[in-house]
Design a binder for this molecule. Sequence first.
Ligand code: DGJ
Length: 749
Amino acid sequence: MKLLNVNRKFYQPIMMKAFMLLFVITFGCTSLYAQQQELKLKTEAQIVLETQHQALVLQVEENKDFNMSYLGPKLRDQQEYKLLRGMYKQTGDYTGMYAAAYTGSGARNLLEPAISVIHADGNQSLDLKYVRHEQRPIDKNITELQVDLKDAVYPFEVSLYYRMYSAEDLIEQWAVIRHQEKGRVELTKYASANLSLKADDFWLRHYHGDWITEMQAEETKLTHGIKTIDSKLGTRANLFQPSAFMLSIGRPSSENEGTVLLGGLEWSGNFKIDFELDPQDNLRILAGMNNYASTYVLKAQEDFITPKFLYTLSNEGMGKASRNLHNWARNYKLLDGQGDRLTLLNNWEATYFDFNEHKLFALLKDTKKLGVDLFLLDDGWFGNKYPRNADTSALGDWEENKEKLPNGLISLVREASRNEVKFGIWVEPEMVSPKSELYEKHPNWVVKQADRPEYYFRNQLVLDLSNPEVQDVVFKTLDDLFVKNPGLAYVKWDCNAVIYNAHSPYLKEQGNFYVDYVRGLYKVLAKFRKKYPKVPMMLCSGGGGRVDYGSLAYFTEYWPSDNTDPLERIFMQYEYSYFYPAIASANHVTDWGKQSMKFKVDVAMMGKLGFDIVVSELPEEELAFCQEAIKNYNQLKPIIWRGDQYRLADPKSEDYASICYVNEDKSEGVMFNYQVNYRQNKGSLMPIKLQGLDPQKQYRLEEINLYGQKQSPINSQAVYSGDFLMKVGFNPQLSTNRTSVVLKISESR
Ligand code: DGJ
């Protein structure tokens, strides 16, 4: 019956059209095309979504197909979106199929689908048709569109969501999948978004890496076929590849030129993003959770909510796109994105596992002496039956080690307060050591294949967060720390193992595991945030193995990499900065690298500053330098954290790197410059053009972070217009003797 209805609905307009055509031909009307268009407009609908500079146009076709017809600069005249029809030619019998806004598989689709399903009767086809849509304003800046689609044969529905952030030219897209079938329904693919773009060429910049080599960029022209970036690691899903990418449309983009889309999935688990250039030169982007080993069994009436796929489009190059992302992150996503952050001293590299209360008391004094806000106690403070004196035991046994800390953590919290600094703690709550009391007592809480040998990553296994009981245990680990140690002010949440032997002793449906693990993790984090909404927390994953906007909703900052060699960090921080704002980047000064202390501190200042050094062993001059630099940082941090960031010189193509930050009213800024090529004393031979200043304003540039008694060759009394600084530039005078130069920019009134 249902089917008949649909068919009648489908055929009625066609019959009408045929009749009209006959009429037109019979009466010899000359404007046949115009009449056809008019008729079409009655049976089709266009949905135009606009942000400040961009537009996304969706199309309900005559046959109720739902397509994406345009993503690009917004038009001055809304009426003209109608003229998009016919501008992009498709040939052959496939017309309409290429641009589906959410492609089902097994029916008319011939390319990579967004969704695949095995229905309760074993049938594998899905052909989603438009049913209704609703557009609602969320606030002055945000509008949300919901489009309901339904299969014509099966009681299977998908709602597509488009959340438009106007000022940031940013879109979040996701899907909600549900069914009312009687019996077992398996989702074998379930993308968050399905984009269809049209251009002559596409250039994809994506990233790869590993421990201490995070965020290595590669750019490639997309050729026909599919290019996939994905992860199958389960927990530290971004270790080999993050989902963050950049797509230049038409031609490769530069910092300030070109059309570029910056995107990524808000998901901390396995992901898959396909870029399929089809035979007719359309680019289909399919972004979502990875369906690898994850055929998901969905119960009737249950909403399967995909993570959000976010993207921003800029017609002014990568710089504008990344500032869009930074603004969006600080306003809407990153936890406490507009709030404050704590500078800190960490003890990981200063002590590793070798410390006791006495040593830590001394470090608390050093924290104060250095002038930072907080002391962060890293790994090694827990475990009694199996003390955590190496990375081979005790994860899961979150009780203070009685030998190292006979008076407990509370004694450290109190001592920190006596020293007028705050105290923070490292945890790795998702993990368990095979040598731990937790594992002995609860082997069924651990992810493993019972019949296979255990296989470890950093000598540890992963707890089964798909199990609600384990979620409670993990929440309690954190909660207990705060309940027992009032005053605890900071958490570093680490995650050092990937998932091997993926199998949940709890789940009935193993295909649900990878998805339900991350959902379990988010449940714990959400519960934690409900009780402790603002406690600053660092997202760490053996370096930068888990940096994404799904998790950053719960974290105030991320750890980019265990590689803190400042030269390497210039490159890494540069790449991360396309996607994440400086306030979120935890940059620590350590013993890594052969550079001077000044160079190290200058590099770490381009984000959230921290230290991991033995303060008591610093030569007097270095300590004095650090203390002074921290004071400078405290003055400049509002600009670094909340100002607009401009990348001025790319270390990959120049002999130096340069980045500046400018505050909102363009009255103050800071410019960081580093020489990265030490050969032939190549420094900044030319002035570096600044950006983001007011051409009408007058500025002075003063060199800060001067080491020791050194004089600066920069004349801080000279005045330059913003116009001059942006057109001619400024030479920071980098050389092999001046490998880093920090310039404070102030309006001269
Ligand atoms: C890996 C982290 O990246 C390090 O900073 C440190 O916390 C260690 N884990 C501790 O085991």
